[in-house]
Ligand binder design. Sequence first.
Ligand SMILES: [Zn+2]
Length: 512
Amino acid sequence: MSVYRKFRISHTAFCIAYPASLYIVCNAINFEKLAKWFPGKDGLDYLSLSAYLLAGLCLFTAFFTLLAHRWTIKPLAILLTVASAAATYFISKYNVAVDGSMIQNVLHTDPTEVGQLISLQMIPYALFLALVPVLLLLRVDIGFRPSGRYLLASLAVVVITISVAVACLYLNRNSIQRAGTISNKYIVYLLVPVNVVSGTIGTAAHALAPYLSFHRRPPEFSATVTSPGNLVVVLAIGESSRQKNFGIYGYERQDTTPTLREIEGLHTLNGIASVASTLYALPKILRMNRITLPAIVAKAGVPTACYVNYTLYDNCATVGETRVTHCGHGGHCYDEDVIPLLSANLQAYRSGYSFVVLHLGGGSHGPIYRDRIPPEFQRFEPTCNDADVANKCTLDQLYNSYDNTILYVDHVVGEIIHVLDGSGVPFVFLYLSDHGESLMENGVMFHGMPPGVPLPEEQARVPLIVKASVPISIADRAEYQQPDVFDTVLDLFSISSEKFDRAGSFINLQKR
Ligand SMILES: [Zn+2]
């Protein structure tokens, strides 16, 4: 008898046993986070919670069975196991909501960010939820009944599981819907691997939409400058920097903005972000009616450039972004490395309109804040240097770490303004952040909320700083929304287009 003998199991039994094992193990780990959304008279509403969990299991089983065929069953099971282990770990450790935007962020994340998220606590999850189950899966010998007869059994499994799921959801619809509403759909985002599957399907549908539908292509449009003049508009976009910790916005814990404080004629406005994921926040500033701001400005004949640290994704289409190169600090690029590109652009400027987008994409992004700024800006001590900020760091350390990033934003934005002032070009400069950041206020950390959930104040309020070398007046408003910045840039260049009305513009150039 060979030592490599495998475990034998029929296809039908596997389609029931595998989803059930995965589902029970992963959700048992984060059971309390889910259960708390089903409060009852004396503790928990066990009936609704059980019905919800059973419905989730049945739907997952039906999904798996539909895709589980001779050549797909094992790769699918392995993929789902590894993805579920990762989702379980991040829910357990960071309370994240696993939805479509999270899946997209995973696909767009750069290697340094992944490195920062890896910690020792990940090992038991990787070992017991991923490695051991995958080894077991590889040893399983799944028996298929011949000539496609297994498909009949699959059909039976799918029909029965979907019927049970519908019955569970229907009979408890009020309490499950209530739990869904008060948790803002967290009960879905927490349920492994239902969250992974639905998030992936949503992401795939979103990514494929442009290819499947003719309508998703950017529409045709016209854009013309109606009133030519001489002006350079520089729009700098930051990352995760919240208004609350800027000295020039009244933060008093320590002086985070010594450079900007000294600059005269600085306008500090109350900027408001509406979503807190970079992927969705950048288009709030740079995109409208599926057309990018650089594309419109360029189409109107204004020379346009985007200089980026990290990436603006495709929000600089059709102009194209220029990434920082030849970085100081031993080749490690920081936000300041966009400045030489700006300087060269300004030196080439002679007259007319010109538009420059700067992406300060390092900004104040966690979880290890010090990695986004040069060592010489680690001035506020002691700092927090563990990705597990919620458990391993004091609030004092966390604030110091975050404040150091604001100190660096102050340096970079101040330097940009000095370069503009020194160049002698007529300019309007705007800086704003894509969204803010929570630092354990009400137990919330980092940024990102499921769609439809209002942002906490710390994530919504962003710095919006304006400086000009030409006379301007600024419309007096309590709040300045990100799309208003879009309108303002078009307005500064007097760009007229049938697609855009510039109604949100808040800067007026004063006639001299
Ligand atoms: Zn961001």
